[in-house]
Structures are given as structure tokens and as C-alpha cells.
Ligand binder design. Structure first.
Ligand code: HEC
Length: 168
């Protein structure tokens, strides 16, 4: 039971299944969040080394994927654009890199708003994949812009030390 529940989470990079996330957060309620809550002020997401490493790896792949995706959209490469967007939607790293215990730990440490932003980002990637598959490149580009804005928004809010010039 637990195993299938966590593999569901893993498959979706945690964040596309709202009910499960809430449940997982309750499950790990005993864990103390390691972020410094400051209302909406920019903050640095602080994770233990193992999880921070996985997040950074994920981010580097995202950066690379977004570059490729832009190239495919502007060249009208439907299949390639959809394939990269789907990879982003499902996410690259976490499903291979995290043990169940680490995943539980991660969900317990992430602020709810971070999860919301991440979930939106991944669902936009799914919508982009669908648009690209249909050859709707203008829609795909609008979604691409929305996704890029999510990068900036999340970094401004949650990576105040990593990207100090974004924190204001
Ligand atoms: C929901 C939040 C969130 C979203 C969305 C997000 N990021 Fe990040 N990203 C972070 C956080 C938090 C860090 C800082 C991690 C740290 O402090 O080591 C980060 C760090 C990074 C880094 C630096 C990694 C390193 O090696 O230190 C890159 C590159 C990056 N993000 C790219 C992107 C791109 C490109 C996008 C959008 C396509 C994106 N991120 C979307 C939260 C997010």
C-alpha cells in the first residue's frame, strides 16, 4: 500500500496529485520545516544535502530541457517539442534518485506554496506537450513563456541566497 502510494508520488514529481501531497504532508507533520517562514518575503529553501543535491540536479536538467524545448518550438518540430515537454512534466531526476524515505522527508520540508508553484509548472509542461503534438506552436510558445515566468517567480521567492539579485 505504502509502496504504490509513494511510487505514484515519484512518477509525478510529487506535485501533480494534490490529494496525495496533502496526505503526505500530514503523514510527515512531525517533521519540522527547515525554511524560515517570513510571510511572502523572499527566503532560501533549505534542504538537507542529499535532497538539495537532487533538487540542483533536477534544476540543471530543467535548464537544459527548456533550451532544447525553445529550439523545437520555434522550428515547428512537433514530436521533439512534445517529447521534451513530457519529460519536463514527468520530471527527470527525482523518480530515480530518491528513496521512499527521502521522498517522504522532502514532502514534509517543502512549503505548501512551493508545491503549488511546482505543480503548476509541471502541469503547464503537460499542456505544452499537448499543444505541440497538435502543431499549435503559438499556444505552445505562450505556455513556454508562462513556464519561464514560473522559474523566475520560484527563484525570487525560494532561492534568495542562491540568486540574491532576484530577491527583492
Ligand atoms: C517551484 C520552484 C522552482 C521552479 C518552478 C524552478 N526552480 Fe530552479 N531552483 C529552485 C530553487 C529553490 C533553487 C535553489 C537551489 C539551491 O539553493 O541550491 C533553484 C535553482 C536552480 C538552478 C541552479 C542549480 C544549481 O546547480 O545550483 C537552475 C539552473 C535552475 N534552478 C533552473 C530553473 C529553470 C530553468 C526553471 C524553469 C524552467 C526553474 N529552475 C524552475 C526552485 C525552482
Amino acid at each position: 500500500m505504502k509502496t504504490s502510494y509513494y511510487s505514484l508520488l515519484i512518477l509525478s514529481f510529487i506535485f501533480t496529485l494534490p490529494g496525495c501531497v496533502e496526505q503526505a504532508q500530514e503523514n510527515s507533520a512531525e517533521q519540522k520545516p527547515m525554511v524560515h517562514e517570513q510571510g511572502n518575503a523572499p527566503m532560501q529553501l533549505e534542504l538537507p544535502d542529499n535532497l538539495a543535491g537532487v533538487l540542483r540536479q533536477e534544476m540543471q536538467l530543467l535548464e537544459k530541457g527548456m533550451g532544447e524545448l525553445l529550439g523545437h518550438i520555434v522550428a515547428g518540430r512537433s514530436g521533439d517539442a512534445a517529447a521534451v515537454a513530457l519529460k519536463i512534466e514527468k520530471s527527470f531526476v527525482l523518480k530515480q534518485a530518491l528513496t521512499q524515505e527521502e521522498l517522504k522527508q522532502l514532502v514534509g520540508l517543502l512549503p505548501a506554496e512551493f508545491i503549488t508553484m511546482d505543480r503548476k509548472f509541471h502541469s503547464d509542461a503537460g499542456a505544452l506537450a499537448a499543444a505541440a503534438e497538435k502543431g499549435e506552436f503559438r499556444t505552445a510558445m505562450k505556455l513556454y513563456t508562462t513556464m519561464a515566468e514560473s522559474c523566475l517567480a520560484c527563484h525570487s521567492q525560494y532561492a534568495a541566497q542562491r540568486f540574491p539579485k532576484l530577491a527583492h
